[in-house]
Design a binder for this molecule. Sequence first.
Ligand SMILES: N=CN[C@@H](CCC(=O)O)C(=O)O
Ligand SMILES: [Zn+2]
Length: 427
Amino acid sequence: MEQQQIDLFVHHIGELITMAGEAGAHTGSRMADVPVVKGGAVAIRDGVIVAAGPEADVRAQIAGLPVAQELDARGRLVTPGLVDPHTHLVHGGSREHELAMKLQGATYLEILAQGGGILSTVRATRSATEDELYAKAKRSLDTLLLQGVTTCEAKSGYGLTLEDELKQLQVTKRLNEAHPVELVSTFMGAHMVPEEYKGRSADYVKLVIHEMLPEVKRLGLAEFCDVFCEHGVFSPEESEEILAAAKALGFGVKIHADEIEPLGGAELAGKLGCISAEHLLAATDAGFEAMRDAGVIAVCLPATSFNLRLKQHARARRMIELGLAVALSTDYNPGSSPTESIQLVMTLGCLNLGLTPEEVLTAVTVNAAHAIGRGDRVGSLVPGKQADLVIFDAANLAYVPYHFGINHVDTVVKGGKIVVRDGRLAY
Ligand SMILES: N=CN[C@@H](CCC(=O)O)C(=O)O
Ligand SMILES: [Zn+2]
């Protein structure tokens, strides 16, 4: 009976972390509840997990079935494929010249106010062809995959005209069709008011609401809509107007909230029922409570505060104490966080946010999956879910954030297929 065969059997796993547990994101103290199976195995058929757990149990479950391919984990650590829930993957150019400005003391908002920052990436993105953007984003996606990321969110927001936003979103669509990393697309036309609308933000908000959102919807190019709610960018009132319009069209909504100034973005996320709110360095306890009560996931971006040389970090311990679900992400973008290293983010999650390795793993698997609406399919190794897993060249979980600044990934399986082997692309 051919349909009964096991396509891939991963065995001899030293420590298997399945992230199995109750349905939904793991909130509060549940984030630390991360059981480890010593001596585990995973059986996969048709790209889906058939069984995962102690090797003897899995072998008993699949006894008598032919196994097409075996993968020996050689006593190492296996986790679910990592999920990066917040990236600005598709963009033109780079901004290394901002490093010197930062070293001379210029802040993120000062660079932006001088027409640099996001606006300089907008110029580079507008002048790039779709194929150029594709080639650059593909290299980054390969790097993310080599880091163990199997599912990733990608925002637009460097086009800021209908045509250029669609160009970015088309690249995401094409990459999603061609690359093993599964992409979740977010429209972020409200990332910045473009130069040609300077002083006329109300007109730009109208363009986003009346032209961009309906067209993105009509073309089916994004599942979520995000807004940068920040002093000098979009006000809470403008953010609410845009996100309410997006919701009415059927988009899920997200918000870059209280990154630099406490404008009430977290409270707005709760009010609108956003799936996630991002950054949150300046968010208040009242904001956290509003998020918790509405089930909004807090996406913390510790590589961003590291790269912006901020003294302040997102209060992730307080979020957990108040019962929120925290996710972590690279925030990969050419300005505030030019890195695809989710493993560096794991280290910073421990060292700068005070999370334990167990909480960090929850934050980059199951909670990250829920932050982008994929919690039912990815983020944990349980029967029926997609077979996305990582073999780390490490004996235990803590070793990964502890030995920082290098890549520990040996093998990545996406949808039951080996796509990274011996730390190299194999798809
Ligand atoms: N904060 C706003 N947007 C991005 C940064 C984009 C950029 O600097 O190009 C972020 O999430 O960090
Ligand atoms: Zn962002």
